[in-house]
Design a protein around this ligand. Structure first.
Ligand SMILES: Cc1cc2nc3c(=O)[nH]c(=O)nc-3n(C[C@H](O)[C@H](O)[C@H](O)COP(=O)(O)OP(=O)(O)OC[C@H]3O[C@@H](n4cnc5c(N)ncnc54)[C@H](O)[C@@H]3O)c2cc1C
Length: 650
């Protein structure tokens, strides 16, 4: 494609081949929640320069850019009687050990500090207008509102649509160098070697195509997790999955190429959302997450009972927000959360025998109208308003269409928040999926490369991204202060420049959407719900064929399509990592939703460990980590964070 051809349809000046060079101390890759907090931590470390590179626009980008209705695990808030140890251990136990004890301990220990920080920047975290005065979930002194467990009060209801603009303004105030609309396409390593110290990155501007080379002493990967591996909707590409389209796991692919270690990527759950096949997240009646603890009724208006973990019926809405007798606290969404008594599999599946025996009539509805007013206002007004992708598509559009939560009910499509039934082979990364392996500095196995937020293994949630982002920023800044000058290998820069631009050099070829669809078909076929060595190996071969065939002919007519094409090539790499991760786990594992047809063993004790994969010059390297490799949490945290502990004890 020539520049003039591109400009014909393209509203921005095309600058293929132009190059921008940037030198910085710490480079933050991805300007979502973790990335902004990482940049802020570095910038607060006086004398350390920080550059943040964001594919979209930092002011609203990422999964948390449009909102956050609840901030989880803020146990150090003055109303919570729990300790960081208790809440982190409960999260580890409820996942049978397959969890990130480091990052979730950081979340519990520092998450509330970040929320207070955010308030100083202009984020709204309290009911300052006294809209919920007198509500059971409000603390009258602090005006904080809590969700789920009203006794232990560790999840805070927030006005999260205010958060990202506040973070962006703080980055600007602290002189963070922000490169918006810039896609990172590769990491640079010392001497250009795989496994070497990470010394920067390259990328390009997604409007102009200008190439960017950034040299940095330390880099922090904050690019979220992979998506679109099993599901992609070409005509509704932007809502193919739960998280935003541009956060599709580029960071995983580019760090894999230079030798970073990953674990738990064999875990993928049956899909819950995709394109037109499902209603938008939070847009159907349910009792989960944002909709907790809504009433559910059947077609005749008969209420479905709720029970506690011991099967005792709960009489009031308030009972659903208190631990059971003898239980100290409960985790939202964990096995110990309260749910309706009878399983409802959705209108397209026969009702369970129990439902029939009890005489309930389908369909079911979430009934906001019969909730106490404060609970109704908290779900529909605050949480649906502030959740994220809900303010406009759900709250505003449903209300514009006449929905009145004080009168109307909303159709339910099954327990939890399902709104469609996906095939078992249609999978998604949801609920603590795998990712980069980290140590107590949130450093990866590569010198100079740190990671935070949803990039980490077993990661999730806004508060987790904020806390780990800030933490990684602190540690990366400390490293950068004493690190040697980074040396960029110009041969590597030229190699990466060539492969970045390759799709734009082709006159014709396959379109990125077609390539993405092909990957999903292969993943469903060879790496679906039930796996075997034979299928997985065939899957790797087919992916290899795809890479060498259609992958090598994907073409882009402008910088935007170049971004999309490179994303899909990264998705292809992520599919390969998932298959490698699946190949090395030889026994089925319930917690990881990992089933093998060529092993009859389910959770044998010798497989209760993390399988860690990385790439080196000879192929894929395997290492094992004990399931509690991070223990003891409190001691290790203190060992690595004396500065922070000192500063915060003043
Ligand atoms: C609809 C929805 C509702 C949610 N609600 C809540 C909630 O109420 N409470 C809660 O705790 N959690 C919630 N979450 C989860 C929470 O938003 C995420 O866990 C959190 O945003 C993760 O932060 P992150 O920084 O890791 O990723 P993100 O915030 O997604 O940021 C990743 C950033 O990396 C950028 N990026 C990706 N690739 C590149 C590249 N190659 N080059 C440059 N930049 C790149 C992306 O553009 C993006 O800005 C919700 C998520 C969604 C999708």
């Amino acid at each position: 494609m020539t520049a003039s051809q591109a400009q014909f349809d393209w509203p921005y000046p095309i600058k293929w081949g132009e190059e921008q060079r940037v030198d910085t101390d710490v480079l933050v890759l991805g300007g979502g929640i973790a990335g902004c907090w990482a940049a802020i931590a570095v910038a607060r470390n006086k004398g350390t320069a920080v550059t943040l590179v964001e594919k979209a626009r930092t002011i609203r980008s990422g999964a948390g850019g449009s909102g956050c209705d609840h901030w989880e695990h803020a146990v150090t808030n003055p109303c919570c009687p729990l300790t960081p140890e208790e809440i982190t251990q409960a999260q580890i136990d409820s996942n049978d050990g397959y969890n990130n004890g480091i990052s979730h301990y950081i979340e519990a220990k520092e998450g509330y500090d970040r929320l207070l920080d955010l308030e100083k920047m202009g984020g709204k975290i309290r009911d300052t207008e006294d809209e919920f005065e007198g509500a059971e979930f409000r603390d009258e002194k602090t005006k904080l509102l809590f969700a789920y467990d009203y006794v232990n009060r560790y999840t805070i209801r927030t006005w999260g649509t205010t958060f990202k603009p506040a973070l962006h303004a703080e980055c600007r105030r602290l002189n963070v160098g922000i490169l918006d609309r810039t896609m990172v396409t590769a990491l640079l390593t010392e001497d250009g070697k795989q496994g070497g110290r990470v010394v920067g990155a390259v990328g390009f501007h997604v409007h102009t195509g200008r190439f960017v080379v950034i040299r940095a002493k330390a880099s922090i990967l904050c690019t979220s997790r992979p998506s679109r591996l099993w599901l992609f909707t070409p005509d509704l590409a932007g809502i193919s999955e739960f998280r935003p389209m541009q956060a599709c796991g580029d960071g995983h692919a580019i760090s894999w190429r230079v030798g970073a270690e990953f674990t738990m990527l064999e875990k993928a759950v049956r899909a819950e959302w995709s394109g037109a096949r499902s209603f938008p997240p939070y847009g159907t009646g349910n009792t989960h997450n944002t909709w907790y603890p809504c009433n559910m009724v059947d077609a005749t208006g008969r209420e479905l009972p709720w029970v506690d973990r011991d099967g005792n019926t709960l009489e009031t809405t308030a009972d659903r927000c208190r631990p059971a007798p003898g239980q100290k606290f409960f985790l939202k969404g964990g096995g110990e959360t309260w749910f309706q008594k009878y399983e409802f599999l959705g209108p397209d599946l026969p009702p369970t025998e129990e439902l029939i025996r009890m005489g309930y009539k389908l369909p079911f509805y979430a009934d906001l109208s019969s909730l106490p007013e404060m609970e109704r206002k908290a779900i529909w007004g605050l949480m649906i308003g502030e959740e994220s992708k809900t303010k406009i598509p759900i709250k505003r559009m449903y209300e514009d269409a006449g929905f009145d939560p004080s009168k109307d009910q909303l159709r339910s499509y099954g327990d939890s928040w399902w709104s469609a039934k996906f095939k078992p082979s249609e999978r998604q990364f949801f609920g603590l999926p795998g990712g980069l392996v980290n140590n107590w500095e949130l450093r990866t196995n590569l010198e100079g490369l740190y990671a935070a937020g949803d990039t980490l293994f077993a990661s999730d949630c806004h508060g987790h991204a904020a806390a780990t982002g800030y933490y990684a920023g602190r540690h990366a800044a400390r490293y950068a202060m004493s690190a040697q000058e980074p040396m960029i290998d110009e041969n590597q820069v030229q190699r990466e420049r060539k492969s970045t631009y390759a799709p734009a050099k082709r006159e014709k070829g396959i379109a990125w959407k077609d390539l993405n669809v092909s990957i999903t078909k292969i993943m469903q076929e060879y790496c679906g719900a039930v796996k075997s060595d034979e299928l997985l190996t065939q899957g790797l071969n087919v992916l290899q064929d795809l890479r060498e065939g259609e992958g090598a002919s994907v073409f882009a007519r402008n910088p935007h399509e170049l971004m999309r094409s490179l994303e899909v090539l990264n998705i292809l790499t992520n599919a390969e990592i998932v298959i490698h991760s699946s190949l090395v786990r030889k026994a089925s594992c319930k917690q990881l939703h990992f089933m093998r047809s060529d092993s009859t063993e389910m959770d044998p004790p010798e497989w209760h460990k993390f399988m860690v994969v990385s790439r080196n010059g000879h192929g894929v390297r395997l290492r094992e980590l004990p399931i509690d490799y991070y223990a003891p949490m409190g001691e290790n945290y203190e060992k690595h964070n004396q500065d922070y502990i000192r500063e915060n004890s003043i």
